[in-house]
Design a protein around this ligand. Structure first.
Ligand code: NAP
Length: 548
């Protein structure tokens, strides 16, 4: 690790004075970490970033699987903190592909000269609060140490992969990959018998491309998902120019919505519409493509009947696209729609009409083991040359808990969260002073458009740090009462939704043994922003600020 680079003369001086090495350590160099570094540096703080990958990008550095693409429109899925940046960058397609987003983030890193403070290929193993010195001591896997007044976890929501824990994987003689840790080299499937395990977003994006190349593709499905046509294509120049001329207003408007997105939610409940109106609304959103299907009825995520109308519509669409009725049936979900993340696809259902693709239902016949030459599920052997595990992530808490974080009095975050995460606003944790989480558990994060939600957090956290420094009380900590009140509100609003009823990663159901709790805040982005702003207006209500 290049820590020598961090220990310039000024820092050495601080060390001999007993002061921490730097003002802030940021963990992660994706969308969140890059902006956090830029922002704190702009406030005059010394900052060092630790990043596991060999380059910037976070999610978009790791997820290089075939077809990896963002489900948000490119014009939305970008920073707004710099108008020059949003004016000079040119997206090419409606939804940006992984290589294009990675190029964008590399451009951002260069444009704002960020790389000089980032330590790549450096995994943080431990962050321990040193009560006497009032600082965080950060230790990396390769044995380096750094102390900082503030520690900001910009580790992302979906960065800890759900590792395949199947018996026999080490004996498999073919190649295997996880979509969330894809190699940098091109992977060829030509002439191969390929198995894809999983049918979430990553699988739904990669399956059509793998099928087009492989000799045969077998998809192993535990639960089907709802997917809407993406309808990707090149950006229309005139429309794009209009967006660029109006970015400010479009961004402001998005912040007043529940999801932070630009699409218009239908403000009417399903029961208040006629059958024709409902059909028209669903068809229009299906034809337009994209995640705006979430906004089809005002009560889609709160009312089982409204939800049932939408799901019957989707099942009808599946039946018209998939020729074999048995396969169509297997691909048709019967759970509520939206309490698992809705997927977007290009030619997903049509792929199952190909003669070289088969679908295997493993809902009642799980994968028993990986064999030397394939896998066995439901007592049947499947011969495979390559297995692609598209089995998702230990979402939201995983990226934080894989670091051994210990707060005041040596208290471990793993212990504190043994029954599920508890935070204040998803940014701070009682007992862990001067530790902040960008889009942490119980923040709206994954239920909103990720980049605006990240920017809101980065700005809120950096303003909070600026406040603590300005009033000369640099130790800031969420109080127990504030955390309890936030968690009560979080649980109350979640209980009014359909989210608790689905076995999704939103509730941790995809990771065996994980406590079941609705992890993201379901109250909506606009409400969340209001709450964060009120905390500031009331003098950082719910935080104790001390000299430390
Ligand atoms: P995911 O949605 O969690 O899907 C994982 C899939 O693997 C599910 O079908 C799951 O089945 C299956 N699975 C997990 N463990 C299994 C096991 N032991 N045996 C058999 N099947 C197993 O993961 P993902 O597709 O990587 O997506 C995760 C999230 O990342 C998305 O929801 C989305 O938020 C984000 N993402 C976004 C994009 C985009 O913007 N375009 C693309 C990819 C991912 P069950 O459903 O039965 O659990």
């Amino acid at each position: 690790m290049g820590t020598s680079a961090t220990r310039d003369t000024a820092e050495n001086r601080r060390r001999t004075n007993g002061a921490p090495d730097v003002d802030a350590v940021v963990v992660g160099a994706g969308f969140a970490g890059l902006y956090m570094l830029h922002r704190l540096r702009g406030m005059g703080l010394s900052v060092q970033v630790f990043e596991r990958g060999s380059g910037v990008g976070g999610t978009w550095y790791w997820n290089r699987y075939p077809g990896a693409r963002c489900d948000s429109d490119s014009v939305e899925y970008s920073y707004q903190f710099s108008d020059e940046l949003q004016q000079e960058w040119r997206w090419t397609e409606r939804y940006p592909g992984q290589p294009e987003i990675l190029r964008y983030l590399e451009h951002v890193a260069d444009r704002f000269d960020l790389r000089r403070d980032i330590h790549f290929e450096t995994t943080v193993a431990e962050a321990v609060f040193d009560e006497a010195a009032g600082c965080w001591r950060i230790a990396t896997e390769d044995g380096a140490n750094l102390s900082a007044t503030y520690c900001i976890m910009a580790t992302g929501c979906l960065s800890a992969v759900n590792r395949p824990a199947f018996d026999g994987l080490d004996r498999f003689e073919g190649a295997w990959y996880h979509t969330g840790a894809w190699p940098h080299e091109t992977v060829s499937f030509a002439g191969q018998r390929v198995g894809v395990v999983g049918t979430g977003s990553s699988a739904i994006q990669s399956i059509p491309l793998i099928a087009a190349e492989a000799q045969h593709l077998t998809v192993f499905q535990r639960q089907p998902n709802y997917t809407i046509p993406a309808r990707n294509g090149p950006l229309d120049e005139a429309e794009y120019a209009a967006v660029r001329a109006n970015y400010g207003e479009l961004r402001r408007r998005a912040k007043r919505t529940a999801t932070g997105s630009w699409w218009h939610p239908n403000p009417t409940a399903a029961a208040e519409m006629s059958a024709e109106e409902r059909e028209g609304e669903m068809e229009a959103r299906w034809q337009r493509g994209g995640l705006s299907f979430y906004g089809v009825f005002d009560d889609l995520l709160a009312n089982g009947e409204a939800n049932g109308i939408a799901t019957e519509f989707i099942r009808g669409k599946i039946r018209t696209q998939v020729r074999d009725p048995e396969v169509a049936d297997l691909l048709s979900p019967h759970s509520y729609m939206g309490c698992k993340r809705i997927c977007l696809d290009t030619d997903y259902y049509e792929t199952f009409n190909r003669p070289n693709v088969s679908l295997v239902d493993i809902s009642d016949a799980p994968i028993e083991e990986i064999t030397r030459t394939g896998l066995r599920a439901g007592g049947k052997e499947y011969e495979l040359d390559t297995i692609v595990f598209a089995i998702g992530f230990d979402a939201m808490t995983g990226p934080l808990l894989r670091v051994d974080i210990r707060g005041a009095g040596g208290r471990s975050l793993r212990e504190k969260w043994a029954d599920g995460p508890r935070t204040y606003l998803g940014v701070a944790i009682e007992g862990f002073p001067n530790l902040f989480t960008v889009t942490g558990p119980t923040s709206p994060s994954v239920l909103t458009s990720m980049v605006p939600t990240i920017e809101q957090h980065v700005e809120w956290i950096s303003d909070c740090i600026a406040h603590a420094r300005a009033c000369d009380r640099p130790r800031i900590e969420a109080t127990r009462a504030a955390e309890d009140a936030w968690m009560e509100h979080h649980e109350e609003v979640a209980a009014e939704t359909l989210f608790p009823s689905c076995n999704s990663w939103y509730v941790g159901a995809n990771v065996p043994g994980k406590p079941r709790t609705v992890t993201p805040y379901t109250g909506g982005f606009a409400t969340y922003i209001e709450k964060c702003d009120a905390v500031v207006a009331n003098g950082y209500e719910g935080f104790s600020l001390t000299t430390g």
